[in-house]
Design a protein around this ligand. Sequence first.
Ligand code: OAD
Length: 254
Amino acid sequence: MSDNPNTDKNRPLIGLAQTLGQVQRLVALTGAGVSAESGVPTFRGPGGLWRDFRAEDLATPQAFARDPRLVWEWYDWRRGLIAQVSPNPGHLALAELEGLIPEFLLITQNVDGLHRRAGSLNVLEIHGSIWEVRCTGCGGLDEDRRTPLPLMPWCRNCGALLRPNVVWFGEALDPARLQMAHEALRLAQVMLVAGTSGVVQPAASFALWAKEYGARLAEINPDPTPLTPYCDWVLQGKSGEVLPLLLTAMRQNN
Ligand code: OAD
């Protein structure tokens, strides 16, 4: 994508910017790609975590039951990595966009907390947060930002083992969050999907639900995804570059 928002190549960006200038209700959905430019590895694709690690060994309830120390070591490593990075211009642009649209919900599959650090307020972390721990005994939930964490971390109240408060493969999403997402998708006029491969359910279906309910879809990703054919605007590029350009184009329209 060129830096000049007025070139032909950027037409979808101009069109989307014009539409966003009039939209009342928008849902954004983000995935690991939005944090890639901060230095957080994605899951799939070149350099993706699932190239080097097996999800079955690290991100399932069975893996935790079998070898909690291994799972905690992996999460502790990721926490250490995320603690050292900062939100990138894509996160910041989404936070700014929230201030321009009357009803804005950011649904993220990311557990890194970078959207909130960038200033986004209405954020639904549907896969949980890597900065929260949950007790496997009493269910108590706590924020814990220590890096490294003591391996293994135990509950101060009941003494049972703590786990990361993230959603693992084979686990259901929190029904209240799912309900909130569904309600916003039902009412959205535009849905903006950025940095997700669109293959993990249920998030992969969110854009299609929104479209079914009448929303127009925009995608920001350097590569095509299964969602691309359904999108009204396809902005091919990195979210840390495209989203700031979109904001610039919106400002120029006003
Ligand atoms: P993936 O790793 O599956 O996909 C990352 C997407 O980001 C790909 O489509 C890339 O093309 C795109 N991408 C890479 N760099 C980008 C950039 N700079 N700007 C924009 N896009 C970029 O990540 P997710 O779709 O988030 O779940 O994965 C979904 C879920 O699968 C994760 O939440 C995690 C994982 O297993 C659990 O752990 C439960």
